[in-house]
Design a protein around this ligand. Sequence first.
Ligand code: TLP
Length: 342
Amino acid sequence: MNRISDFRSDTVTRPTPKMRQAMAEAVVGDDVLGDDPTVLKLEALAAETMGKEAGLYCPSGTMGNSIAVKAWTQELQEVIVEARSHIYNLESTHMTFISRVTPRPLPSSRGAMDPEVIEANIKIPNVHTPKTTLVCVENTHNNHSGAVLPLDNLKAVRRIADTFNLKLHMDGARIFNASTASGVPVKEYAKLVDSVMFCLSKGLAAPVGSMLVGPKDFIEYGRRLRKALGGGMRQVGVLAAPGIIALTEMPARLKDDHHRAKTLAKAIAGMPGVSLDPDRIETNIIIFGFSHPKYSVARFLSELSDRGILALATAGGIRFVTHKDVDDEDVERAVAAFKEIL
Ligand code: TLP
């Protein structure tokens, strides 16, 4: 079979043999009844890792974010989001559909919103306007090419949130990538926000699942919301077991993904049609603009695919993501395909 180098996302990572073994051997109960020991262990571990009171195992990152927004808000309220954030653009409008709140998208510098602009957009309710009650930040920022949210910016946003009595939620789908790149421990990020959602099923390679962590009463209410959204699962310890391995053993290897992303970015920057500054690649996501006289984005992706290289079109151009299941040879194959086509 011809080799496929799959750079579409770190969501494509397959469970490791150790994860599959753990799935086979997982001790399970009924998690809706609250007695699946493996899920309880994962939830406690997630809370402890982030320095929060409690954790909730969710089927997806989207559900974790949906629960957080719903738990922190009420109807007739407004939520400040970053204009290119995943929670605003890529989660099927759950803010309006589930929480019935208005998202207020704000511009940013590579995912970091200006605290003064946030402050200027906080609404005091009157008969015309909703009340602002929540700010959502994303770290790393997917659509800003995996940019790490600067700690100083997060601290400044926290100060605004405290001043105006707002909650602060972090979509930390890739918070371990952020921590790996910046050297800032995940707990440092987490202590500046009220809740964090992070994914086990991206670079950490678990087959399924994301964690929501925060205060105990928030998570207790979140558990009810998860059930209402159809996310209560029964013998789900079989999925939590690889999640424990993801959380404890997989963060250490993310630096390899970052290194490969940098190598790939340096090699393709400057090729005809590619607009990319490799210095901006901090983690495992490369987004580059593509404009070529001969190839549209779709045509170029199809040429790559013909050579066994998979990537995705995105708002800013084309996205390549490095992860556990692409190695140095895959990077070399991708670079060779670029050279051949362009
Ligand atoms: N991102 C996916 C796609 O939806 C784009 C990907 O391939 O990167 N927050 C962030 C920052 C994300 O990147 C994602 C998934 C989610 C939340 C949602 O996670 P899931 O897919 O588990 O619902």
